[in-house]
Design a protein around this ligand. Sequence first.
Ligand code: DON
Length: 332
Amino acid sequence: MDTKVDQPEEAFGIHSVVAAAYERYLANTDGALADYIPELAAVEPNQFGIAVASVNGELYAAGDVDRPFTIQSVSKAFVYCLALELIGRDATVARVGVEPSGDAFNAIVFDPQTNRPFNPMVNAGAITVAGIVRDVAGAGAFDLILDRLSAAAGRRLTMDEAVYRSESETGHRNRAIGHLLRNVGALDGSVDEVVDLYFRQCSILVTATDLARMGATLANIGENPVTKDQVFQLTAVRNTLAVMFTCGMYDFSGNWAYDVGVPAKSGVGGGILGVVNRQLGIGTFSPRLDAKGNSVRGVAAFRDIGDELGLHAFDCSNVGSTFMRSLIHEPR
Ligand code: DON
């Protein structure tokens, strides 16, 4: 366990709730590593970490919160936020919809009315979004994405070359999606370049602490609470959180909204990022996944932490969101 974070004073019970969820699910070995990207099957499966970052810069953590893993689909939320800023809401929505697909993340399915990908959280939508960034930034697109994700985390992030190569060598389904997108006019130019950009963004290395800090940047309407850097535009953050809420957990999004009730995004690297608007970012890391590609222990921990801290968007308990917020902002 590498919990070397100085825990803030135990004022509101956040740390004890995080620590209890960690202990409760530590022995849970349900699920399986993603193996369709060969390099992901080589990850140490027992790693488990939970980090919660507040909009006033505090961090509550338990377990392996400093272990690097690839961000995978969690990147889709941030690259979407960037695309909204680069070409604006209307041009973005003209190319990628905002409806839940109800299908798996890698489904080869498009909105039958518009031919657009259903939303930017599934692969077809995310590859289109990568195409938007590629159209605007050309050869500098990956650096732009890496810079922006690093600013959200508050530290310089890097890419895992081995995972990138592994996905690049085996990602034929995503290449097929790219060619279908080119066929319906959702992508211009070189499909290979756009899919390569998508593989690179998925291979960025983060920790659970990074995910929590990145979530706190979104929760803090785009300003990194620690560095004070305004990383994302306000309206882009609002639109991104909305689509995370409805589509971020793929064909589990309805269950997630019902039970956990916070905008979130998962990745097959084992990360889940959640955002409690104006309050908290939450990052979990546990690489064993359920059948829908979501981290088993991550989902369980989010459920408990959400319930115990009253984080659900429609919470009506006396520990609800507004109450939490007033506590967080009160000087101690
Ligand atoms: O498109 C892929 O296959 C991956 N690079 C990312 C997929 C992913 O993380 C899906 N999430 N659960």
